[in-house]
Design a protein around this ligand. Structure first.
Ligand SMILES: C[S@@+](CC[C@H](N)C(=O)[O-])C[C@H]1O[C@@H](n2cnc3c(N)ncnc32)[C@H](O)[C@@H]1O
Length: 203
């Protein structure tokens, strides 16, 4: 799908994502993960700022998303939660930061959309400081055979409507990348993974 079409799909979903921020299950997962952020944080594909209530107050956040409608809502959320945050309306797959720029890199529900998720993981590995943290909450293909068959069958439609792949092998991608996993918690028949990771040193 071309990029502008994907951006339009996410622009149209901004209000829906804003409402989903209140989902109690997701809030518990986000709280569990985002409380580990420290220092200078990069949040990829921030959406409407669903993680913002859970950041420790002292962090400084750089948040990127290519949907202006999402960024507008995230900006309001940052203000509401008194966060020190700056926003970039850009394609995160095309941005470059200097190596070792961030103490923490956060990605929640964003690896379903990237064109090249493995390349994105290796960029994150480079952007994170050697003693930094990389925090993920991602969804992908289930380890349950019947569920995975359904996901594969529905994926073309779901991608066209929501801009989101449902068949990505998240743990496989992590293992193929330079990111080192410290801890994983998997939920919903292994469709959702909370991952605490760190970069490979000397990246
Ligand atoms: C499924 S939503 C998740 C939003 C948020 N991270 C959350 O946890 O609720 C995916 C977000 O990724 C953004 N996105 C997808 N691909 C992107 C890219 N290449 N660059 C920047 N943002 C992107 C979309 O605009 C959307 O806001």
């Amino acid at each position: 799908m071309d990029k502008q079409r994907l951006i339009n799909i996410f622009d149209r979903q901004a209000t829906q994502y804003e409402n989903k921020r209140e989902d109690p299950k997701q809030q518990r997962w986000r709280q569990n993960l985002i409380g580990h952020a420290k220092g200078n944080v990069l949040e990829l594909a921030v959406g409407t700022g669903a993680n913002f209530p859970f950041y420790p107050p002292e962090v400084k956040i750089t948040a990127a998303d290519f949907s202006k409608a999402m960024i507008d809502k995230a900006r309001q959320a940052a203000k509401y939660h008194h966060l020190n945050a700056e926003f970039m309306c850009s394609d995160i797959e095309e941005i470059s930061f200097s190596d070792q720029s961030f103490d923490t890199i956060v990605s929640t529900l964003s690896f379903c959309s990237y064109k090249n998720p493995l390349r994105m993981l290796d960029k994150i590995n480079c952007w994170c400081k050697p003693d930094g943290r990389i925090l993920f909450m991602e969804h992908g293909i289930s380890s349950n055979f019947m569920v995975s068959v359904l996901q594969k069958a529905l994926n073309p439609l779901l991608y066209r409507v929501y801009g989101c792949h449902h068949t990505r092998d998240i743990m496989g991608l992590m293992q193929e990348s330079h990111v080192q996993i410290d801890k994983v918690e998997s939920h919903w028949l292994n469709m959702v993974h909370l991952i605490w990771a760190k970069p490979t040193i000397n990246n």
